[in-house]
Design a protein around this ligand. Structure first.
Ligand code: ADP
Ligand code: MG
Length: 838
């Protein structure tokens, strides 16, 4: 049978991957060669360059950590490379993922003989652009021609929704606790259509953290204690393989504890001690040991769920069911915590579909709704009859319409007037036939099918030539499902551009359906001049970001569109207008365009697809500064007894954020996964501290605004500034007082900024200011200027201007002096987010 819809769904997981197919309305999970429904996402390369995936590779990770790779999904979209020591081969995360996909393809080939060329692949909802891009690359490397991406929670909901699509106007929450990622997705089912209403997630939260907790807090201390190996710890190169063994053992024991009260661990030869003697290791892990280790992670996941709900003004009571996805949801303690009405969510749990294969099943259901594009043309080009079909593979019609056109082999012209086409639904009772339909001379036709509810309807397509002989066409069947559809793949994070001073303009908002295209409503302006043909001139830089934070550098850097001096024919003066637009397609390819009217030219973004691998040393420094900030904020919050801030800070302790980052960074020297994990956690911490700062900042914000109002008011009263400034001030003061009443930091921050700008304009006109500023530089910084000789000359010049009452001259001198001031307050916007447009 040649397919007209994709039908295959792949869950490309951090820990395990699975593939399912939709066949006659039902999903079927393929077993791999070893008979398992899921395949570990692991790769092993031996010294003869032979490559193994799946269970063998995962088992190998224990004894041969340097020649295996696992959990590389966490590195997708970074420029990390894994080196396999024996073979010397280096592989990128997407190449490793491609090997997993190939192995799933091979399983299909082995079971059914079908050569898989199209499949839907799922990605965590928290995946950002570079990670999706890497996934697409992996599919391509694995020989998949079409591979639409689908978010895992959407797939999971579809797996349930397919069976129970009748409920109306209810919310579901998909809770996906995997090996390395956590996703909470609020799903809305309306009239049989599944939509994502809101989403939250953490792509650094999963079962493997629990495995590491067991290793670090229980097993390693036991080894150190019992075998006198004081330097036995994670991150120490010498013990890499021993630690890997412990990790594997920890995972297996943890899985057993989902069923049993205790699980024994035994490793015959863990390592050699200093005397060269083998060390054997034994440990009895109790279910209750696990509680303390597991709880913080479950709490973290619960907090994410609560946030997802509260962002939509919902409470757990509004949610009909909690769908469990991912291996760790088999843990009794996790279910218990989730179901607890006080500590947990108290939403009714649903786990009737196997949480380890539900995503692949849902992906297959979705795949059944995806038409394979271009097969007719390809078939014709390859010398077959191609059949171009136009229809919706899924819809609410009981009698769906289908149209199309027959293509002659070789793609040339032909007269099809005496040819016929017939659709047959053999599974219908009794079997349904459309009857023979005459094609037009050009080969086109149009007809209506009859479909049954609750199943995937498969129609065989029979084309006959004027003599009545059947022709083999590609495709030769089509499928149609009533009801269920997901509307559009929504955007997970907002997409926008960074502006000078770390501000943000969001163009395409979170939740927008894809594809989306948006032009910035406000024309932007450059804050630098760009002369044409000057190689050393810094480019005009437009920074594209993804996220939801108000401060530009708190978001994910996507890429920078740079307009260089050599690209322009004439000078671009300061303040030139730029019209920016962003586009994102259904598979999240992003394109940014900048039209510069004065040049009448458009520039397009060459996206820097991959994120950088974090540097452990830089991370350690960032961590230190966030910790210091945390302590300062904690002290301030306590001092002011600020309850919002204190509540937020409590989460840091509850979720063991600090310990977690410290652990990840300690392991980062030998484990690139830990490094990425540390980086993400630091970002979370920073965001949380920003929130605390906002809460605490309010009084400061109010008093700063009062100060600025005061400065401006006093200058206006001294007749500095004209009627225009006075009018602007009156308006701004009123708005600022309103904002103070509103209690919203964002609104007040904006007013503060506008008043400060007005104040700056008045200051510019105020001779007293320039005199005072000059005196200050002269007396306080005169001996420390960057260029002492030029500094002394400028000070002498300033004194002359002062003596002759020359305000413009003094202003210019002070501005020149300012550039010589020692660097005391470097702007703290992170480098890649620097832009020069406003
Ligand atoms: P991913 O989506 O990241 O590939 P999976 O859903 O396959 O993850 O879950 C893998 C995780 O589930 C691993 O951490 C594994 O240890 C854990 N796991 C698998 N089975 C069980 C079980 N019965 N009880 C607890 N955890 C389990
Ligand atoms: Mg998963």
């Amino acid at each position: 049978m040649s397919r007209s819809t994709i039908d295959f769904g792949i869950d490309l997981g951090t820990t395990n991957s699975a593939i399912a197919v939709l066949a006659s309305g039902d999903t079927e999970v393929f077993k791999n060669n070893e008979g398992f429904e899921y395949t570990p996402s692991a790769v092993w390369i031996d010294k003869n360059q032979r490559l193994f995936t799946g269970k063998r590779a995962k088992e190998r990770a224990e004894s041969d950590a340097r020649n295996t790779a696992s959990e590389f999904k966490l590195l997708m979209g970074t420029d990390a490379e894994i080196t396999f020591q024996h073979s010397g081969r280096r592989m990128r995360p997407e190449e490793l993922s491609a090997e997993v996909l190939k192995s799933l393809r091979d399983d299909v080939k082995q079971r059914t003989g079908e050569d898989l060329r199209h499949a839907v692949i799922t990605v965590p909802a928290a995946f950002e652009f570079p990670q999706c891009e890497a996934t697409r690359k992996a599919a391509q490397l694995a020989g998949l021609e079409t591979a639409p991406l689908l978010q895992e929670p959407v797939a999971a909901a579809m797996a349930y929704g397919f069976e129970k699509s009748e409920s109306d106007k209810v919310y579901w929450l998909v809770y996906d606790f995997g090996g390395g990622t956590f996703d909470a997705a609020l799903m809305h089912v309306r009239e049989g259509i599944i939509q994502v209403a809101n989403h939250g997630g953490d792509n650094q939260l999963g079962g493997k953290l629990v495995d590491w907790e067991i290793v670090e807090r229980l097993l390693i201390p036991a080894v150190v204690r019992e075998h006198n190996l004081p330097d036995f710890r994670r991150g120490n190169e010498r013990w890499l393989s021993a630690i890997a063994k412990l990790k594997q053992q920890a995972e297996q024991a943890k899985i057993r504890l989902s069923r049993d009260e205790s699980a024994g661990i035994f490793v015959e030869t863990l390592c050699l001690n200093d005397a060269g003697d083998p060390v054997s290791f034994e440990f009895e892990l109790q279910r209750r040991d696990l509680l303390a280790l597991l709880d913080p992670y479950v709490r973290r996941s619960i907090n994410i769920c609560k946030r997802v709900l509260s962002e939509r003004n919902l409470s757990p009571a509004d949610v009909d069911r909690l769908v469990l996805v991912g291996g760790p949801t088999l843990t009794p303690r996790l279910r218990e915590l989730l179901a607890d009405p006080k500590d947990g969510l108290g939403i009714k749990l649903d786990f009737s579909i196997d949480p380890l294969t539900i995503v692949a099943r849902g992906a297959a259901i979705f795949a059944g709704t995806q038409r394979i594009e271009g097969i007719a043309r390809q078939a014709a080009a390859a010398g077959h009859f191609g059949l171009e079909l136009k229809y919706k593979p899924v819809g609410t019609d009981l009698e769906p319409q289908v149209g199309g056109r027959l293509l002659a082999p070789g793609g040339g012209a032909a007269d099809f007037s005496a040819y016929t086409i017939e659709f047959v639904h053999p599974a219908m009772r009794p079997p349904w036939r459309s009857g023979k339909i005459r094609l037009s001379a050009a080969g086109t036709f149009f007809t209506t099918l009859v479909a049954a509810r609750g199943v995937q309807n498969t129609y065989a397509i029979e084309v006959a030539d004027p003599a009545g002989s059947r022709l083999a066409t590609q495709p030769d069947s089509l499928t149609y499902t009533i009801g269920l559809a997901i509307n559009e793949q929504p955007l997970i994070h907002s997409l926008g551009i960074a502006l000078a001073e770390n501000k943000v303009a969001w163009l395409i908002r979170k939740g927008a359906g894809l594809p989306a295209r948006k032009r910035d409503e406000q024309p932007r302006r450059t804050v630098v001049a760009l002369p044409a043909g000057r190689a050393d001139a810094p480019p005009v830089r437009i920074v594209v970001i993804e996220g939801d934070k108000d401060r530009a550098d708190r978001n994910k850097f996507i890429g920078a569109l740079e307009v260089h001096s050599k690209q322009i024919r004439r000078d671009l003066p300061l303040g030139s207008e730029i019209e920016i637009s962003l586009e994102i397609d259904a598979s999240r390819l992003i394109r940014a365009k900048a039209f510069i009217p004065i040049l009448d030219e458009e520039f397009e973004l060459k996206l820097a697809f991959r994120g950088e691998s974090p540097d452990p040393i830089e991370l350690a420094a960032e961590f230190a500064s966030e910790k210091a900030r945390l302590e300062k904020l904690r002290a301030r919050a306590l001092e002011r007894n600020e309850s919002n801030g204190l509540g937020l800070l409590q989460r840091v302790g509850e979720e063991r954020v600090i310990e977690d980052i410290a652990g990840a960074l300690a392991a980062a020297r030998t484990d690139p996964n830990a490094c990425v994990q540390g980086q993400n956690r630091i970002l979370d911490l920073r965001n949380l501290l920003d929130e605390v700062e906002d809460a605490l900042e309010w009084p400061t914000l109010v008093s700063d605004t009062e100060d600025q109002i005061g400065y401006a008011d006093r200058r206006l009263k001294r007749q500095i500034g004209g009627p225009e400034e006075a009018r602007a001030f009156a308006v701004l003061e009123r708005e600022a007082r309103q904002a103070m009443g509103s209690g919203q930091p964002e609104a007040l921050r904006l007013k503060l900024q506008q008043i400060t700008e007005l104040g700056n304009r008045l200051r510019w006109l105020d001779p007293d200011f320039w005199v005072a500023r000059f005196e200050w530089i002269r007396s306080e910084r005169g001996d420390r200027l960057n260029d002492p000789k030029q500094g002394a000359e400028l000070i002498a010049q300033g004194l002359r201007f002062l003596g002759s009452n020359d305000l413009p001259g003094l202003r210019q001198t002070v501005n020149q002096l300012t550039t010589l001031l020692p660097d005391e307050d470097p702007t703290d916007i992170r480098e890649e987010f620097r832009t020069n447009i406003v």
